[in-house]
Design a protein around this ligand. Structure first.
Ligand code: ATP
Ligand code: MG
Length: 424
């Protein structure tokens, strides 16, 4: 394994000349805030500037997170007021006066993948950047690698930036341990551009999140409540929900903490699909209610199961969102969710999450290193431990559990409900 330490805050010229690392695959990992994204962004920009006619591709798992976060970052911090570059948001690209094009998008579903495939002559690309790379599947990576055959320069590259994930993750197995990438580590403590509060945020992280984001380690969560959850199985590409499937919503209120609203579809075999999700802090229930109405459109929602807060429920009801108080018992709820996550006799679990369910990313959560959707919460949702390290399987540690509480309400509702009244 080839690893070099980088101090990305040193001169930005590192990214430009000399190109210290021309390996075909470059992985920037380590703790949060080390400057990985900035470095990758500078590198993409510099490549576009240096090699006329270059085709660059910037990817995040969902197009939504790309446009709401990475593109803004690039626009504000990297490309800035460079007059030789124009941003065309409607075409999802930056166009350079020298003929280079830096296009961007997501790979969350077929529609997004098709958009990405249509980029570049013969689909060929000179340099690609996969941001928050652990969110991609190995197939996504293979597909992008196969396209790196541009001729604008005498070298090509896939750059991946990511915080660590589980040791079993394909990035750890194949790129780090398998030696496929040249690996560079960075850490927040070495980046003098981080505000001091940022370091404090990292210091306060506990459990597996602390080990990964503060210490930069590829480690498994110990005592995960949903340890049978497998992103490769339970997170799937979205698809149009058939008209005859049942639908419900589940809501957990929050202001400082995230307000979560989940839309679930239930197929004719009783499997549940989280097909849409709002997950946002610092908005009033009024604002959320209007958005819920808008997103729901003319879908028929059988029930909206919510947390019990009387005032918040009353606000929803003013918007004619009729609510049903959730069954909140924790242990039975967790058991019910676990049952659904298990692979049944037909080879499938009974609960799925659409990859592109999140409608709008709350970027303040992302910067605070908090989960920004339900799926993000699962790894850090753990049982507390006794002094001698035994997990106490009664009540999970109450942190970053807003989406998972909501999910529990939805499952409890569906499992205890006979279904819609059939009248004949
Ligand atoms: N060379 C640099 N010059 C100026 N600012 C920098 C430089 N490198 C990093 N920064 C700034 O430091 C902050 C953290 O950097 P960045 O977001 O790239 O880190 P990261 O490793 O991608 O973090 P995360 O793990 O959260 O994704 C950003 O505000 C970034 O603009
Ligand atoms: Mg980053």
């Amino acid at each position: 394994m080839k690893t070099n330490y980088i101090a990305p805050y040193k001169p930005l010229s590192w990214q430009v000349e000399p190109w210290r690392d021309k390996a075909g695959v470059m992985l920037l990992t380590g703790s949060a805030g080390g400057g990985k994204s900035r470095l990758a962004g500078e590198r993409m920009h510099a490549y576009m500037m240096k090699y006329p006619g270059a085709m660059g591709l910037m990817l995040r798992k969902t197009r939504n997170s790309m446009t709401n976060s990475t593109v803004l970052f690039l626009d504000r911090s990297v490309i800035g007021n460079d007059a030789s570059v124009k941003h065309y948001p409607s075409k999802s690209r930056f166009q350079y006066n020298n003929g280079s094009i830096l296009a961007y998008g997501g790979m969350a579903n077929d529609e997004q993948r098709e958009q990405i495939r249509s980029i570049g002559q013969d689909g060929s690309v000179d340099i690609a950047w996969m941001e928050e790379a652990t969110k991609f599947t190995e197939d996504d990576y293979n597909e992008i690698r196969a396209r790196i055959r541009g001729r604008a320069a005498d070298w090509r590259q896939v750059v991946l930036t990511t915080n660590p994930d589980a040791p079993t993750h394909w990035i750890n197995q194949r790129l780090i341990k398998g030696g496929e990438a040249s690996v560079h580590y960075s850490s927040a403590a070495d980046n003098e551009y981080n505000p001091p509060e940022y370091i404090d945020t990292l210091k306060s992280l506990t459990g597996v999140l602390g080990l990964r984001l503060r210490d930069g380690k590829w480690v498994q969560a110990e005592g995960a409540v949903y340890d049978i959850f497998d992103a490769g199985i339970h997170i799937i590409d979205g698809f149009p929900i058939p008209a005859d499937w049942r639908r419900i919503r589940a809501i957990d209120f929050g202001y400082t903490n995230a307000f979560v609203c989940q839309w679930w579809a239930i197929d004719n075999d009783g499997r549940m699909y989280l097909y849409r999700e709002m997950y946002h802090t610092r908005r009033t229930v009024n604002v959320h209610a209007a958005q819920i109405k808008r997103l729901t459109g003319d879908e028929y929602i059988e029930a909206t199961v919510t947390d019990h807060d009387a005032e918040d429920r009353a606000t929803l009801e003013e918007f004619r969102i009729l609510t049903t108080p959730a069954k909140k018992d924790v242990s039975p709820g967790i058991q019910a969710v676990t049952e659904r996550l298990k692979i049944a006799g037909d080879g499938k679990p009974r609960l799925f999450i659409f990859r592109d369910a999140l409608v709008e990313m709350d970027t303040s959560l992302e910067s605070a290193k908090k989960p920004s959707c339900t799926a993000d919460e699962i790894d850090g949702y753990v049982w507390p431990k006794t002094a001698d390290g035994r997990a106490v399987k009664e009540q999970p540690v109450k942190v970053n559990d807003h989406g998972l509480d909501t999910l529990r309400y939805a499952v409890q509702h569906v499992d205890n409900d006979a279904g819609p009244l059939l009248l004949w």
